[in-house]
Design a protein around this ligand. Structure first.
Ligand SMILES: NC(=O)c1ccc[n+]([C@@H]2O[C@H](COP(=O)([O-])OP(=O)(O)OC[C@H]3O[C@@H](n4cnc5c(N)ncnc54)[C@H](O)[C@@H]3O)[C@@H](O)[C@H]2O)c1
Length: 311
């Protein structure tokens, strides 16, 4: 059935792909963004579509619109961007959640929160199941993001308990793909841009730390499936690709796909950088039959093609 759907952070990397998929399914999509990290270019192809509308708005202020579903993605996601104005980052997560939950309550909309694997901090449990409460530094330079997202989860569950809102909390692990910001300092975009420019590929630490990488199409599919679950399903639910790669393996794959002659160089590890991160995705499989399908090599190939066009 055709729904009126609000996507906050809709011109960002993940938000723009989600808007594409929702519009393609015939829904009416209202994309809201303050353009802090996202750009109009990410949704330029949707601007003339009759089912798509773009609104400049900051989610730290209340929003009055009529919608059936809300995907709350507004928040800078990369350390370079969220550490640029940490107070605003926490406000975006916390006030943004309060405002979007208030809207959901008023119009009786279903609401999904784009939470993050960062709620697990530097985990002692590996892989991380949703039942793990995390090991997070509350006073470090990453705390504005990690604690902001944790507080947003708390708000979602309190609105669910107190006001019987229909909520879905998804914890997103590292995701990559076309439309990633070329200067956001995330490892996939960094490596690809460095390789394409023939610059040294920078690995922090010895490169043995692992990450798992989920392709953006798999991620959007998971968010939409989570949204379509029954009212008894709230999450939190992990979404990500459990296949682990070391930073060294990723760098070598990028070098091969770009046929670059760049050299790999090592720099010291930043503060609070988790050594390992890998989702346990059994709940997503059980609750809405989801598992990632796109291999790292295929996803990287698409991403390299995108970066070749924009740099
Ligand atoms: N990409 C990932 O790997 C990843 C991992 C975990 C969680 N997430 C979460 O998914 C969401 C989207 O991430 P992304 O990778 O697309 O990042 P992004 O930076 O590309 O997108 C975020 C969007 O939110 C907008 N925004 C920021 N502050 C805002 C505000 N106050 N009001 C309105 N809009 C605002 C930005 O302009 C941008 O368009 C974020 O909430 C992020 O925390 C992403």
């Amino acid at each position: 059935m055709k729904q009126k759907i609000l996507v906050t952070g809709g011109v960002g990397f993940l938000g723009s792909h989600l808007c594409d998929k929702l519009v393609a399914q015939g829904h009416d999509v209202l994309c809201v963004d303050n353009f802090f990290t996202g750009t109009k270019a990410n949704v330029a192809h949707l601007m003339s579509h009759p089912n798509f509308e773009l609104m400049r708005h900051d989610v730290t202020f209340p929003l009055y619109v009529e919608v059936d579903e809300i995907y709350n993605l507004a928040c800078p996601a990369s350390p370079i961007h969220y550490q640029w104005d940490p107070v605003q980052t926490t406000k975006t997560s916390v006030h943004g959640a309060i405002n979007m939950l208030g809207l959901a309550k008023r119009v009786k909309a279903k609401i999904l929160q784009a939470s993050t694997s960062e709620v697990y901090g530097d985990p002692e449990v590996h892989p991380q199941p949703e039942s793990y409460w995390g090991k997070v530094n509350p006073v470090g330079i990453r705390s504005c993001y990690d604690e902001g997202k944790r507080c947003a989860e708390t708000l979602f569950f309190d609105y669910w308990r107190q006001h019987q809102l229909e909520i879905k909390v998804v914890r997103i692990f590292n995701t990559y793909g076309p439309r990633m910001h070329p200067k956001d300092g995330r490892v996939v975009s960094n490596f690809i841009v460095q390789a394409l420019k023939g610059e040294d590929i920078t690995i922090f630490g010895d490169g043995s730390q692992t990450r798992s990488f989920c392709y953006v199409d798999d991620l959007s599919e998971a968010m939409m499936r989570a949204m379509s679950t029954g009212s008894d399903f709230t999450g939190p639910v992990n979404i990500g690709n459990p296949r682990e790669f070391t930073m060294l393996e990723l760098a070598e794959l990028v070098l091969r796909l770009t046929t670059s002659k760049s050299k790999i160089v090592h720099k010291p590890l930043p503060q609070d950088d988790p050594k390992q991160r890998k989702p346990d995705i059994r709940l997503a499989k059980e609750a809405f039959g989801w598992a990632p399908k796109v291999s790292l090599e295929d996803g990287l190939r698409e991403t390299v093609t995108y970066f070749k066009k924009i740099i």
